[in-house]
Design a protein around this ligand. Structure first.
Ligand code: SF4
Length: 310
């Protein structure tokens, strides 16, 4: 598979087939916690970064292998998918061929643009992120393209909500000491109340990211923030509930593709790909010998990640 990956298990979407719309790593932000590492092209330039016809052809083939058992087809991947100027065509194309609902995971930074709002309307679920509304905190955590303005982004998400008929699930990711103080949370609450999302997923740093100083907040803190933000705020559970066996591709390639999307522990990989841990250890050793995968200790757990040039 060139443009699709998975199926992967995630805490928000269950088991989903991932669709990548931009090369690694093209984004409007350079978040300190990004699991893909630092942004190599931070841009606001919308263009066809990856070819939509080929992506749809690949999706059609892969979906035939999964006539049932998935929860979503999710558009996300190696950067910000709304930077692909043909994302609207892709969503409509996927809706025609997919028995599963289509979700778009976005940082929401371009939703102030009418053409981006319009493009995302046919999706079933849109999951924008909003980590901070205070400009200084936004700069610190998301390190946005210099022409982006958080007030305009927040308004864009709010306006999109007004016209979008699907579900809007906002995500806020908290980094300890960066966007978790009382004033930040109060300001976020005001913005969230205006946006009126269906749900607010509260998350923290669970995997190694772009910067070592992006530390997680505790689960207790996350629960306290949820109480402050109100009934729509839910903390994301940490346990995976499903396990499936996927017929996709040779095992080694599937493991590598999955690690290219995000760093994972042995347990994550085993649950997500339906491969036994013993077999996975052998595959990871081979990939590591070939210089394609490395490991690092984070929060007392060992994470495997794909090396960018593999
Ligand atoms: S976390 Fe998302 S929005 Fe932030 S830099 Fe990574 S891909 Fe971009």
């Amino acid at each position: 598979m060139k443009y699709l990956y998975g199926p992967v298990l995630s805490r928000r979407l269950g088991l989903s087939l991932g669709v990548n719309l931009v090369p690694r790593k093209v984004c409007t932000y350079n978040c300190i916690y990004c699991q893909l590492g630092r942004t190599t092209l931070r841009t606001l330039q919308r263009q066809q970064y990856l070819p939509i016809e080929e992506i749809l052809r690949e999706a059609e083939e892969v979906l035939q292998l999964h006539p049932q058992g998935l929860d979503f087809v999710s558009i996300s991947g190696s950067g910000e998918p709304t930077l692909n100027s043909r994302i609207g065509e892709l969503i409509r194309g996927l809706k025609d061929i997919s028995p599963y609902p289509v979700a778009v995971i976005t940082n929401g930074s371009l939703l102030f643009m009418d053409e981006v709002k319009e493009a995302l309307l046919p999706a079933d679920v849109v999951l924008p992120s909003l980590d901070a509304v205070n400009p200084a905190v936004f700069e610190t955590i998301n390190r946005p393209h210099p022409d982006l303005d958080i007030a305009r982004i927040t308004e864009g998400i709010r306006d999109f909500r007004r016209s979008f008929r699907g579900k809007l699930w906002l995500e806020v990711l908290f980094c300890r000491g960066i966007n978790d103080n009382r004033d930040d949370i109060l300001a976020l609450k005001r913005a969230i109340d205006e946006i009126e999302p269906d749900l607010v997923h509260l998350n923290t740093v669970l995997r190694p990211g772009a910067e070592d100083y992006a530390y997680p907040v505790s689960e207790e803190k996350l629960r306290a923030i949820a109480r402050q933000l109100g009934p729509k705020a839910v903390t994301l559970a940490t346990k995976h509930e499903k396990r499936v066996i996927s017929p996709l591709g040779p095992l080694k390639e599937r493991v590598l593709k999955s690690l290219e999307v995000r760093p994972q522990t042995l347990e994550d990989l085993s649950h997500g790909l339906g491969i036994g841990e013993g077999e996975l250890v052998q595959i990871l050793e081979e990939l590591s010998t070939e210089g394609k995968v490395t490991s690092r200790l984070f929060n007392q757990r060992i994470y495997y990640e794909a090396l960018t040039n593999s």
